[in-house]
Structures are given as C-alpha cells and as structure tokens.
Design a protein around this ligand. Structure first.
Ligand code: SUG
Length: 417
C-alpha cells in the first residue's frame, strides 16, 4: 500500500560553511561578508531542527553536502594562487545546504504518469550555486532511484534561471491528494537579479507532465526582489489549503489569489499587511521562510527562525494570529542563525518531497540513532571556525575533505565520494 506523506529533506550544512558575500540581492549574505563562520555549530543547528520535526512525528530525510572545494570549478576557471577571493570562495561554498533550491518536486498524484518528478535547479544566476546541480542530481538519483516511483530530470537549459522549490508552491486537500502547483517567477530589470525565469518554470511544469489546468504562473513583486526577497519563499509559503504570504509578495496580489483560487477553490489566504510587518522586517526576520507543517493531529504549525521572536512587530503579529482561530495553531522558533546569516532560514534548508518513505533509499532517511551518529561526526570533524583568509589553504581543504568523507562513511554512502 502506498502511503504518500510529506518528507522534508534537509541539507546537512557542509564543513566549508563560510561567509563570502557571494549572493547579490541577498541582504544577509552581503552584510555578513568576511565574518568568521562556525561550520560545526551551523551543522548542529541544522540537525537540531531536523530532530525537532522528527519529534513532532514527521518524516525526516536529509541530503549530503556536495564535494568542496570543487576542484573541477577551480580548473574550469584556471584559478591559481592569485585567484580573486570571490571566485575562489565560490568553489568552497557550502550553499547546497539550502535544499529548497536543489530541485522542483511534483508528487505522483499531480503528474501524468503517476510518478514523482524531480528537476534539479540549474541555479545559473550565481556562480557558486551553478556548480551544484550535477552533483545534486547524482544524489537524487540514489535517494529517489526507484524508477517505478520517481523520475529525475536534467536541469532546464542554462538560458533560463531556475532556483527550484523555493519558487514553487503546492496546494492540495492533503499531501497525498492531487495538487495545484504554483510557480513564481521574477522579471529582470530591477536593482537585483531575478533568479527564477518564467520559461524555466514553464519547462519544469511540462517536464513533470502536469495538467495545465492545475498549474498557475505568478509574477513575483519586483519591489520584493528589490527589497531582498531573492526567492519567493522569503515572502510566502504554502501548505495544503493555506497560503501564508506578505501582502506585497506578488506583482498583482489580488490577481495572484484569484488565479490560484480559480484552480484551487478551497484556498485559504493568511496575509500579513505592510502596516503590521513591513516588507523590510519580514525579509530581515524571515517570517515567511518558515516551515508550514501539518502535524499528525491535522493542525498546522509554523516553524520560524528565532529572529522572529526578537522582532516586536513580527512577534506581535504571531501572537495576534494565534489568538484568532486561523489554520495555523502553533508558532515554533528554531535557532538556525549560522544559516540565516547567509540568507537561509528554516524553509531554505529543506526540500519537500511527497512520497511513501518506503520507496526512498533508506540511507537518506533520518531516525534518532542516525541523528546521533551524524552529530558525532560533525562534533569531531567539522571545523569549529573558518576565517575568510583560511579559504583556499591546503590545511583547510584537507580538513573539509576528510570531514565529508567521514560522514559518507558512517552513512554507508561512499559512492558519493
Ligand atoms: O542562494 N545564500 C543562498 C541562500 C539560499 C536561500 N534559499 C532559499 N531562499 N530557498 C543564496 O543566496 C550565500 C553564500 C555566501 O555569500 O557565502 C548564499 O549562497
């Protein structure tokens, strides 16, 4: 019997996690450029978040850090010892931790052939992210390797930027039921790059065999991109019938609701007004970069960054919302500060896949015993601190390579070495 549930695949934060200021338009990345980073603490924060969700009775999986430094990229760019720091840092980036950008996922009930389809995101806009997709695909091919249940595509052509699930929302009555998939794209011309191209979204929808009547394409608000919402998931998140969104997320807010409602009449919108939480404050605290989860009792919880609790306006809004009788019944702050300082909140750190856990390669599924084993490798092998001037040194390369290798070893995933 197929038991389709939502599984969150969190990216384990890699041992080279650092702040190189690589992402134009991502305010946190720019403002933490050059700060020392704490890879061990970062990775342990990520595991603690996964454990929290497992403890709530939810299915939890993970994806592994990609090989860094990426010698292929260093060679392709012919980088020597005098390399420009930002170029060298790209080959060291641990950015694959943000698995909401790993792929776009259409679960089996939505697709023409009844399989779950995954398309790795080409991430072409940023050099440090454009190197991810082939290695991500190799991992997806193992984790979701059963062709009776999954199809893994190639990334869409590089002319059209695709940033994956971060710009994709799915509405449904329950995760295992047929859904309506909403793709959010940006238009170029603003102060910052628009990282999701409309034609990339449309190609993904076609590749996945989605019913055109159950797809909606919506433009992101250029003002939101200009304010630092480099992905839609910085200003909106969906779960089942609910869209939780800032009032300035979409270019035509009312039109977006109308278009989604035309395909999915049960839509319930929880909108946060600019007067309650400004767009700038929403982006600073990442209120919307939350995991909107259906708990085993059927109610919804919002897992938000700890920064939300420290913001007077955001927390006041959350308390007022909880006092009402809307669909979100709990707000749970988590500490993912190391990731947040690079612009990655709780939602960025996970890829949602609706599937029967029994059809996924069990090595990618988490349980308490495995979480402990992973934590102990991280505690022993992940650098405690990385100073920007360590990037590129042989000593740090050795530490980072050995750390990842040790993790692959305890998970019996040496084929990814
Ligand atoms: O692509 N930051 C990531 C953050 C990704 C967040 N993901 C989602 N919103 N789903 C990015 O901008 C910063 C790396 C650096 O500057 O060192 C970075 O890549």
């Amino acid at each position: 019997m197929n038991k389709l549930v939502e599984i969150n695949f969190d990216g384990i934060v890699g041992p080279s996690h650092n702040y190189a200021g690589l992402s134009l338009g991502n305010i946190a990345s720019a403002s933490h450029k050059g700060d020392p980073s704490y890879p061990r603490a970062a990775a342990l924060q990520g595991i603690a978040k996964m454990r929290g969700n497992m403890g709530r009775g939810l299915e939890q999986g993970f994806l592994l850090p990609l090989p860094r430094p990426n010698f292929r990229l260093l060679n392709d760019l012919a980088l020597g010892d005098d390399a420009e720091p930002a170029l060298r840092a790209a080959a060291w980036s641990a950015s694959s931790m943000w698995t909401a950008n790993a792929a776009t996922v259409s679960p089996a009930p939505d697709t023409a052939d009844g399989r779950c389809h995954l398309t790795p995101a080409n991430l072409v806009t940023m050099l440090h992210r454009a190197q991810e997709w082939q290695d991500t695909q190799a991992q997806l091919r193992i984790a979701f390797g059963d062709p009776r249940h999954f199809t893994i595509h190639d990334a869409v052509p590089a002319s059209f930027g695709d940033e994956g699930a971060a710009n994709h929302m799915r509405f449904c009555e329950g995760h295992g039921a047929a859904g309506v998939e909403v793709f959010v794209y940006g238009k170029q011309g603003g102060r910052f790059p628009a990282r999701q191209h409309e034609q990339a979204s449309r190609a993904v929808a076609r590749l996945h065999g989605l019913d055109p009547a159950r797809c909606v394409f919506v433009e992101q608000n250029p003002e939101a991109i200009a304010a630092g919402a480099f992905h839609n998931d910085v200003v909106a998140v969906a779960n089942e019938r609910v869209l939780f969104t800032h009032a300035r997320a979409f270019a035509d807010q009312a039109g977006a609701y109308e278009a989604i409602r035309a395909a999915f009449p049960a839509l319930e919108v929880v909108e946060v007004a600019e007067e309650d939480v400004s767009l700038a404050e929403a982006i600073r605290t990442y209120l919307f970069n939350a995991q909107l989860l259906t708990l085993p009792d059927g109610t919804m919880a919002l897992v938000v960054p700890g920064e939300c609790q420290e913001s007077a306006s955001v927390w006041a809004w959350c308390e007022k919302m909880l006092a009402g009788n809307g669909p979100i019944r709990k707000v749970i702050p988590v500490d993912v500060r190391q990731s947040m300082a690079n612009g990655g909140g709780p939602a960025c750190l996970r890829l949602r896949v609706v599937a029967d856990p029994a059809t996924v390669d069990a090595r990618f599924m988490l349980d308490e015993a495995k979480a402990e084993r992973i934590e102990s490798v991280i505690a022993q092998m992940w650098p405690e601190q990385i100073d920007p001037r360590d990037i590129g040194t042989d000593a740090l390369a050795k530490t980072v390579l050995e750390a990842r290798e040790a993790l692959l070893g305890v998970l019996s995933l040496d084929e990814l070495a």
